[in-house]
Write a protein that binds this ligand. Structure first.
Ligand code: HEM
Length: 201
């Protein structure tokens, strides 16, 4: 494989800036346009419960996960400290993502909507399962109780590879989600299909 290109600008700073901008953007969207967030509500729409989902998913899996991946480059000090920051941020990311999942599940339950009927939900659940497995394997092998030297050396390339694959799947998930949001906006509701047909005949 060719050597990685040398980047001549502070790319970690740019990643951090974009991660924070995304987090600020989704928080603003949820609070300003969607009525805020809550873990339980009497509101009939149950929207505040749903809103917890995109906010925590994005802050957890995009912003914090991005920081955690960069920790080996951005955190000064010993390798052990870098590893601890990486592990702690991933743990926080996983914790937020599980609350985000619980929130959308609760929203579906309370609104009597079926679970897991979209591509987004299948890809999303697969992502969360792999993310949790990756975290548990990494913790077990690289932190506590810690694998043998040769065990760690053979797992490391896989650990790094799956982190990269995870980010790619997350990217795909967000692209699919974006496309579905646009489709949902432009497509006529079920009741309107006949009206549209009628007007073109
Ligand atoms: C980025 C990581 C994300 C993951 C891993 C994820 C995962 C999931 C999962 C597993 C479900 C299924 C819940 C159920 O069936 O009860 C779901 C539902 C949903 N999510 Fe996400 N989600 C993510 C981000 C987002 C974002 C940013 C939005 C933006 C609005 C969003 C909107 C929705 C909607 C509308 C549903 C309900 C419809 C459906 O099941 O597709 N999600 N998500």
């Amino acid at each position: 494989m060719a050597a990685a290109p040398a980047v001549r600008f502070p790319v970690s700073g740019l990643v951090r800036l974009l991660g924070l901008a995304a987090a600020a953007g989704i928080l603003f969207w949820a609070v300003h346009y969607r009525g805020g967030m809550a873990l339980s509500t009497d509101e009939e729409s149950k929207l505040p419960i749903f809103n917890v989902h995109p906010v925590l998913m994005l802050i957890g899996l995009v912003t914090l996960n991005g920081e955690a991946l960069l920790a080996y480059k951005t955190v000064p000090g010993t390798k052990k400290l870098k590893k601890l920051v990486h592990l702690a941020l991933q743990f926080l990311a996983m914790f937020l993502c599980l609350i985000g999942l619980w929130a959308v599940w609760k929203f579906h339950d309370e609104r009597k909507i079926d679970h897991l009927y979209t591509l987004h939900s299948w890809l999303g659940l697969t992502c969360i399962i792999f993310f949790s497995l990756q975290w548990a394997t990494g913790f077990w092998t690289f932190w506590y109780p810690g694998g043998s030297r040769s065990g760690r050396a053979s797992l490391l390339p896989w650990h790094v590879f799956f982190e990269a694959m995870f980010m790619n799947s997350l990217g795909m998930l967000l692209v699919v989600l974006g496309a579905l949001v646009i489709l949902a906006i432009v497509s006529p509701g079920p009741g309107k299909i006949d009206t549209y047909r009628g007007s073109s005949e």
